[in-house]
Design a protein. Structure first.
Length: 281
């Protein structure tokens, strides 16, 4: 006959046995979604700080050979009015290009103001006419402003090509898509962090999420760089500019990779300290 103590022992064994045999959760879906969110967040921040950043693009254009390509478009309009291309200085060119880039990234058509160039021409003409006691002020009223308006209209019509219109539309779409990805990834990561805190596995899970997210992020950045170089090889006119932008894009991306690696290392150290500390408690 089984005694009461033996029955209690058997019941206790049945209760404890499932707990001992319960397999450890690996949070596979949690980690997978975390890796995707970390990767998307890094890529969205990278694109926003480079290709969709007007200051980044300004620096790339004004320090590349593309500036001369854009300048030729302006000069072709100026020469039709007998204005020498030597009138445009480096500072004037940079100002016009920066103005065009700002307008494109604002979703507007290019509308350059070339009044400073016309005024420079008028000053040069005045200095020559002064030798004969003449001045451009003797011309009919409004003639100078009319010429400036015609030059602006001519140059801007040449710059606002269908390709530029497509670029403006493409930038608008890219900004919308990247911002949506940014918001979704941030919200998702916040939810994952809260869930990790609640289930007491935040550090243990996120050390691997950040590590594999860094690997995936870096691989995508390198792939984009390789594709850009391949595309640039087929565009001899602007290939130096494409190569320059691709290299700077990758360099900025690598900076993000280094930050993510540092975060991963910190999380691994914290997990190690946590494991060493828990037995002492």
């Amino acid at each position: 006959m089984t005694t009461r103590s033996e029955l209690r022992a058997q019941r206790q064994e049945k209760v404890e046995k499932p707990i001992e045999e319960t397999p450890k959760k690996h949070h596979f879906l949690y980690g997978l979604w975390g890796i995707i969110c970390v990767t998307l967040l890094g890529l969205a921040l990278l694109v926003n700080s480079t290709l969709l950043n007007v200051n980044f693009v300004k620096e790339e254009v004004t320090s590349s050979s593309l500036e001369s390509v854009m300048l030729s478009q302006v000069n072709s309009g100026l020469t039709q009015y007998g204005i020498s291309t030597s009138v445009l200085k480096k500072s004037d060119t940079d100002k016009l290009i920066n103005q065009a880039i700002e307008q494109i990234y604002a979703g507007e058509k290019i509308n350059l103001d070339l009044s400073s160039v016309v005024n420079s021409v008028n000053s040069s003409v005045n200095s020559q006419l002064a030798q004969y006691g003449l001045s451009t002020s003797m011309l009919p009223a409004g003639s100078s402003s009319a010429i400036t308006s015609n030059i602006n209209s001519m140059v801007n019509s040449q710059l606002n090509t269908p390709e530029v219109a497509q670029l403006i539309n493409g930038i608008k779409i890219a900004k919308t898509v990247v911002n949506i990805i940014l918001v979704i990834s941030i919200i998702s990561l916040v939810i994952l962090i809260l869930k990790g805190l609640w289930q007491h596995h935040l550090i243990g899970s996120f050390r691997w999420i950040c590590l594999w997210g860094t690997v995936l992020y870096t691989g995508i950045v390198m792939t984009i760089h390789a594709i850009a170089l391949q595309m640039g090889a087929g565009q001899p006119d602007i290939s130096p500019f494409i190569f320059q932008v691709a290299n700077d894009f990758q360099q900025t991306g690598f900076h993000g990779s280094m930050m993510m690696i540092v975060i991963s290392i910190v999380l691994f150290i914290l997990q190690f300290v946590k494991r060493k500390w828990q037995p002492r408690q």
